[in-house]
Design a protein around this ligand. Structure first.
Ligand SMILES: *[C@@H]1O[C@H](CO)[C@@H](O)[C@H](O)[C@H]1NC(C)=O
Length: 269
């Protein structure tokens, strides 16, 4: 018997993980499927490889399941509410940072992220006793563009602008750790993700903000050059806020799926 649930269970964090490299935060998404058992009565998509709970090679099985899922993640899986991730479209991201060397109010709209489906799964570790999943991913390259609005100070320099922004991020290493608890709803056991921790490292970043300082070409160029020369310091400042916000998104996303199907469907005995 093959049941797709486990692949999905593992695929969800993996999928959401690809967002890690966005370098953006506070993603607002429509993730309203809070109802436990919403997927009951509907068959799981047949392309999902299922792993047995007591499979001695559970980690390997889940890794394979995620690999099988990759092409479907790329296109999106309508019946599971998983959007296409190539490109990944994010309506809005808000990064407001109030203290430190980077203090900015910024909004990014209509984000398009190219490259998330190229993720390389380095490692998946499932600890059923502790209800914990840990995933390590490598992303060779993410390219992103969006409309932006930004105002504040970056490494002491005042900055403001609105227009089109783009960026390339390469060699991204990411780790996500998800911890849940089991809950009973309608007599069936579900996983409920309590905590999602994300941690990532960007190898290199190259960014461009168009129309800075109301279109002042010279100032705009100087600022873009400055940002690119100092991208690591800028990234360090905003990293914690990014990690937290992305983690929150992952958590919501994972719960959407975990709440849809009971654990004995996602991870059969
Ligand atoms: C990102 O990479 C593409 C393709 O290599 C290039 O055309 C573009 O200018 C780059 N953008 C930035 C902001 O570096």
């Amino acid at each position: 018997m093959t049941s797709p649930g486990t692949a999905l269970a593992a695929g969800a964090p993996a999928l959401v993980l690809v967002l890690v490299a966005l370098g953006s935060a506070a993603v607002r998404a429509d993730l309203s499927a809070k109802d436990f058992g919403a997927g009951l009565g509907r068959p799981l998509p047949s392309f999902l490889k299922i792993c047995k709970r007591h499979d001695p090679n559970l980690n390997e099985c889940i890794k394979e399941a995620v690999e099988q899922l990759r092409p479907h993640l790329t296109e999106g899986i309508l019946e599971l509410g998983i959007p296409s991730c190539e490109p990944l479209l994010i309506p809005e991201v808000v990064v407001n940072q109030g203290s430190g060397a980077v203090t900015v109010t910024s909004v990014y709209r209509n984000l398009r992220v190219y490259g998330p489906s190229q993720f390389v799964l380095k490692n998946i570790k499932v600890d059923l006793e502790k209800n914990r999943v840990r995933v390590r991913l490598f992303l060779p390259k993410l390219s992103m563009d969006s409309d932006y609005f930004l105002q504040g100070r970056i490494l002491m320099l005042p900055i403001q602008g609105h227009g089109h922004s783009s960026g390339n991020y390469t060699n991204i290493e990411a780790t996500a750790t998800m911890t849940g608890q089991r809950v009973i709803r309608g007599g069936r056991e579900y996983m409920d993700v309590k905590e999602f921790l994300v941690d990532f490292q960007i190898g290199h970043a190259s960014v461009h903000l168009g129309n800075l300082f109301d279109g002042d070409q010279e100032l705009g160029e100087i600022m873009n050059k400055f940002l690119n020369e100092n991208w690591r310091s800028v990234a360090r400042e905003v990293q914690p806020i990014l990690e937290d916000t992305i983690a929150e998104l992952f958590k919501t996303f994972a719960n959407k799926i975990y709440h849809m199907y009971p654990l004995d469907v996602l991870l059969p005995e």
